[in-house]
Design a protein around this ligand. Structure first.
Ligand code: F6R
Length: 610
């Protein structure tokens, strides 16, 4: 995690770096810092807590500095504190780091034996101390950086300032993302392009093993062995999404409310008359006829979207579909991956999740085709994939994923239809029937929003309970997992999701009159069995919050409360509709409990460490 950013040019560098950090706060928000060179001095300010806490220190920098680097942290080694915040510095160098140095203990003990002292508990400080030591020995900044680079193991992107070279920023990339923004008479770097997309004309994405020297007018790039690397600039074609709350109290609430528009936009983007746009859906770039099995990899909410998609992917494609947590998949043996025949689908809102990215690389080594479903263009996962389905859901800023989740479900579903048509398991009539139902989805999503009003009574009754269970069958099972994940991450209430059929294999032991259970009960193929499970909960005095048809008298009779949800005759669309009530429920419970909804404790929007 963590975000790093830097600027060199003729403008107020600290100002620019601070604005860059605001863009990157989604990557971590437990402390932040900025270093600049001014008047031959290395200046450094850092602060614990949110980025806003750093603002009061900015006036301590002179307004004339033209070079600065900054960091916003998500703690890996050492608690969130001022001492552990970056940049870390020595007499000559200031350094910001995103990633993890796996051999830091070994290097640190060597340096301690040689008499070096450390101020922080971080893995990062060993880099800057080692750099200083090697500089003292070699008397060469570039030599010291190259040698330091060769000692480090792990994933890291580094931004470095050297006091004696105030005209240059030095960058190193291994594993963690790093991109240079080329302007005219000024240059930038950042963990992603959002920090400079509106001002720089070209992006230069560094590859693993590369390092760079950036002045305001030049960029030099080398590989790990010191050979010059030809620079390949990518023109930036960026339409900034709105990062405004538009009057909503939280980004999360705004993003929940954006779902009808996101769904409508997806229909515009991916449907042309009575056809699916297989180009925009990323089908055309794949050798579809060779594919014999599909493996989906993702983390968190994106994994749950993948899990859900298995229900309709198997049905539509008649191919075996595997769904894995990326953090597990990346270490599995590749026997399951068949060269040229397995399609690996990576699902990721941010496009930067370290485990998902590593899974793609793992699958590439096994010769698989790679497709991604991604919300961020130019992200690492987008660039690593043979084909990308860009969701175009607009920026998602609230840490808890909402509109990206429902968008992922719809995108995967439309992709599954287009792909199935390509391989011949779905005909044009099937596509047209589906499109007819799709055309009314925005209306249903809009009416699903109406549950917001009635939810406050339920929230008032249940927000103080310390535990919740969520249950569902078929495609409602992943939604139960998503409901529990949403609730726990923003309200800090302990919540678990279960397949309804699994209840009696253990979890039902938890059920008594103190346990609220959110039962997802759409009128689908599984409805009767779901109702039987709800009866079993009722018999044990569980407190049942049903999500389903509010005209459903059985549900009303069995449940302590019912959240209304429109009913449709399509499993993927129903899953989208069932999701909306559980998003509102989690959101309003968190608000009632007074937690930091958009930036919950210990989390970050983009998880760039494993
Ligand atoms: C939960 C949430 C996370 C992300 C996960 C993957 O609300 O947002 O679980 O879904 O970290 O992130 P992406 O989709 O960016 O790969």
């Amino acid at each position: 995690m963590c975000g790093i950013v830097g600027y060199i040019g003729t403008k107020n560098a600290v100002d620019i770096v601070y604005k860059g950090l605001q863009q990157l706060e989604y990557r971590g928000y437990d402390s932040a810092g900025i270093a600049a060179i001014s008047g031959g001095e290395l200046l450094l300010e850092k602060e614990e807590g949110k980025l806003i806490n750093l603002e009061k220190h900015l006036s301590k920098f002179p307004t004339t500095q033209e070079i600065a680097i900054g960091h916003t942290r998500w703690a890996t080694h050492g608690k969130p504190s001022r001492e552990n915040a970056h940049p870390h510095a020595t007499e000559m160098f200031a350094l910001v780091h995103n990633g993890i140095i796996e051999n830091y203990e070994e290097i640190k003990s060597e340096l301690i034996k040689e008499g070096y002292r450390f101020q922080s508990e971080t893995d990062t400080e060993v880099i800057v101390v080692l750099l200083q030591k090697l500089y003292d020995e070699l008397k060469s900044i570039e030599g010291a950086i190259a040698k330091t680079f060769s000692r480090l193991e792990g994933a890291f992107s580094l931004g470095i300032l050297a006091k004696d070279d105030p005209e240059s920023m030095y960058l190193v990339k291994q594993g963690s993302p790093l991109v240079i923004g080329r302007g005219s008479g000024e240059n930038y770097f950042g963990s992603d392009i959002t920090t400079f997309a509106e001002v720089a004309k070209y992006a230069i994405f560094l590859n693993d093993g590369e390092w760079a020297k950036v002045t305001k007018d030049s960029i030099e790039l080398w590989d790990h062995d010191g050979n010059a690397v030809k620079i390949k600039p990518t023109p930036i074609n960026w339409t900034p999404g709105s990062a405004d709350k538009h009057g909503y109290r939280h980004y999360m609430l705004k993003e929940i409310h954006e779902q009808p528009a996101v769904i409508s936009k997806a229909i515009t983007n991916f449907v042309e008359g009575n056809q699916l746009n297989s180009e925009a859906l990323g089908v055309n770039a794949l050798a579809c006829e060779k594919i014999t099995n599909i493996s989906i990899v993702a983390c968190g909410t994106a994994y749950i979207a993948g899990m859900l998609s298995k229900y309709f992917l198997e049905d539509l494609t008649s191919l075996p579909v595997n769904v894995d947590l990326a953090s597990e998949f990346r270490y599995r043996k590749p026997h399951m991956l068949k060269e040229g025949k397995t399609l690996v689908i990576a699902v990721s809102q941010s496009g930067e999740t370290a485990d998902t990215l590593a899974s793609i690389k793992h699958a590439k080594e096994a010769g698989c085709q790679i497709m991604s479903v991604c919300n961020v263009a130019y992200s690492s996962i987008d660039r690593e994939s043979d084909s990308t389905l860009l969701m175009q859901a607009g920026p998602e800023i609230g840490v808890a994923s909402t509109k990206a989740f429902t968008s992922q479900i719809l995108c995967l579903y439309l992709w599954a239809n287009a792909f199935s048509q390509r391989i011949g398991t779905l005909d044009q009539i099937g596509v047209e029937k589906m499109l007819e139902k799709l055309s009314s989805l925005p209306v249903h999503v809009n009416s699903a929003m109406n549950c917001e009003e009635g939810i406050h009574d339920i929230v008032n009754r249940f927000y103080e309970f310390p535990n919740f269970l969520y249950v569902g069958r078929g495609p409602s099972y992943p939604i139960a997992l998503e409901g529990a994940l949403k609730l726990k991450e923003i309200s800090y209430i302990h919540a678990e999701g279960y397949a309804s059929g699994e209840l009696k294999h253990g979890p039902i032991a938890l059920v008594d009159k103190h346990m609220p259970i959110v039962a997802l009960a759409p009128k689908d193929d599984y409805y009767d069995k779901t109702i039987s499970n709800i009866e079993e909960i009722k018999a044990r005095e569980g407190l049942i919050i049903g999500v389903g048809d509010d005209q459903d008298q059985t549900l009303k009779r069995l449940c302590d409360a019912v959240i209304a949800c429109p009913q449709v005759d399509n499993a993927a669309f129903q899953a989208i509709l069932t999701t909306i009530p559980i998003q509102f429920l989690a959101y309003y419970i968190a608000v009632k409990r007074g937690t930091d909804v958009d930036q919950p404790r210990n989390l970050a929007k983009s998880v760039t460490v494993e």
